[in-house]
Design a protein around this ligand. Structure first.
Ligand code: ADP
Ligand code: MG
Length: 452
């Protein structure tokens, strides 16, 4: 590396915020210093453009001063080959593929699209009271990405359409801006890539991928960041870099930011900068409409009475609803029978029983414990820190609400607590549900998990 460039780097670094330095200067590679021309290499045309608009002038002054003669600076753009090995590494699901650094001349739109499931589009999303707010917000940001509501944070229980909406945003943005780099990534994938980039000393590539080379970032299931301190730290910087550039960020989670265990405060607060929207379990009419849409899409003959039968019996999870329909279609063509209510009752008997299944105190305790990342033992203990007593009170409330057990019986299941303890826990949580979004959301999420 030229000592001139090295010295220039040091001096620039002192005068820039470290974030900007990392983003815009560090990715540049030194190529040559021939005569009076310093040649650098940018990893992508975007960075070159940004650099030239914002930093070229002062860099030229800097190096000229250091060299004590006028030096011109030229920036080339690196040619990238897409390494096929890179493309197929990791989990081979098309939905999970994160783009490797793509060749600039490639039609980005088509490339990005491979990360997205083709079915998850706005056209296929049925809007009802349970999801209309989330849906409206999602559509809105496709019109003005990065301007309003950044980040958009979508939360809701499993199988309620978060991933569907997230990817619909991706599809629509690619339809409108085919050259944009829209990156869809699951939190798990982000974490794995981060860890392997650290190990393989490829952080520059990693950062380029998620910062300078990313126009829109869609991150799925951020609740998996719980306790992953280093990844959180990295994501924090990714977030800041993109946010500063007014790049749209959309995040999904199965809980509110402040309920993700051990999520750093500064990430929590970032997530609250934009708009937080929830998706609830769909109501009956929406469930019927979803079934119809799905049947139409897949060419499955579905009568009104079967649609209503399914919508009545499968309530809490759209994925299960769809699964039931697919199962019916498969069995009907295997057995050469048409899909009637009786047929559905027979084929789906296991699933329907489970949905009707009794909710026991044990099950409530297990769900609550895992929701709050505790052990059932903690709920049964007499320990009083809020991190334990609050989930315990929620569990007691749910036992009151969802089972027929007496106060004394519930108390016994919680390590022999007095019936008045159960009663006051129940009252307290009922009050909090009225007053506090956080508690209401937690209880609702748990009820959904329990299929109540
Ligand atoms: P989540 O990410 O919240 O767990 P998904 O987005 O994976 O849920 O949705 C589960 C399934 O249900 C997907 O096949 C999705 O297409 C479907 N689905 C969920 N909500 C809707 C809806 N409102 N309209 C149509 N399909 C839906
Ligand atoms: Mg999902």
């Amino acid at each position: 590396m030229s000592t001139l460039w090295e010295r220039a780097l040091k001096s620039i670094e002192q005068r820039m915020s470290s974030r900007n330095f990392e983003l815009w200067i560090q990715p540049l590679r030194y190529v040559s210093l021939t005569g009076d021309t310093l040649t650098l290499m940018a990893p992508n045309p975007y960075l070159k453009e940004w650099f030239e608009d914002n930093y070229l002038q002062s860099l030229r002054t800097e190096v000229s001063e250091l060299a004590a003669r006028p030096i011109s600076v030229q920036v080339l753009v690196e040619e990238h080959r897409v390494d096929p090995a890179e493309e197929i590494s990791g989990i081979p699901s098309p939905v999970e593929l994160v783009q490797p650094i793509a060749a600039p001349e490639r039609a980005m739109g088509d490339y990005n699209r491979t990360q997205l499931n083709d079915r998850y589009r706005f056209d296929n999303f049925v809007v009802g009271p349970s999801n209309q707010f989330a849906h409206a917000a999602a559509e809105l940001i496709t019109e003005k990405p990065g301007v309003k509501y950044n980040p958009l944070f979508i939360y809701g229980g499993t199988g309620l359409g978060k991933t569907h909406l997230l990817q619909a945003i991706g599809h629509t943005l690619l339809d409108r801006h085919p050259t944009w780099r829209v990156t869809y990534v699951t939190t798990e994938r982000f974490m794995n890539e981060f860890i392997s980039s650290v190990r393989q000393k490829k952080m520059e590539e990693f950062r380029a991928r998620y910062r300078s080379q990313c126009d829109v970032l869609l991150v799925d299931d951020i609740q998996f960041f719980a306790r992953k301190t280093n990844t959180q730290e990295e994501f924090f910087h990714t977030f800041n870099a993109l946010h500063e550039l007014k790049r749209q960020i959309v995040i999904t989670s199965d809980t509110l930011p402040n309920q993700i265990p051990e999520l750093k405060d500064r990430l929590k607060s970032r997530f609250q900068w934009g708009l937080i929207v929830d998706i609830l379990a769909p109501e009956f009419d929406t469930r019927v409409a979803i079934l119809r849409k799905k049947a139409e899409f897949d060419g499955i003959p579905l009568t009104d009475d079967v649609a209503q039968f399914l919508a009545t019996n499968i309530r809490s999870n759209v994925r299960e609803l769809e699964g039931a329909l697919i199962r019916l279609a498969a069995f009907s063509s295997l057995q050469g029978r048409s899909i009637t209510v009786e047929f559905a009752e027979r084929i789906l008997s296991n699933l329907l029983q489970r949905n009707r299944g009794q909710i026991s105190i044990d099950r409530i305790q297990r769900e609550v414990a895992s929701y709050f990342n505790l052990r059932v033992k903690d709920l049964k203990s007499h320990r009083r820190p809020r991190a334990i007593s609050y989930p315990r009170q929620i569990a007691m409330h749910l036992c009151r609400k969802l089972t027929t057990a007496s106060l004394a019986e519930i108390g016994r299941h919680f390590g022999g607590k007095d019936h008045t303890t159960v009663l006051s826990a129940d009252r307290k949580i009922r009050r909090l549900i009225e007053d506090e979004d956080e508690t209401r959301a937690a209880v609702e999420a748990l009820e959904r998990l329990l299929g109540a």
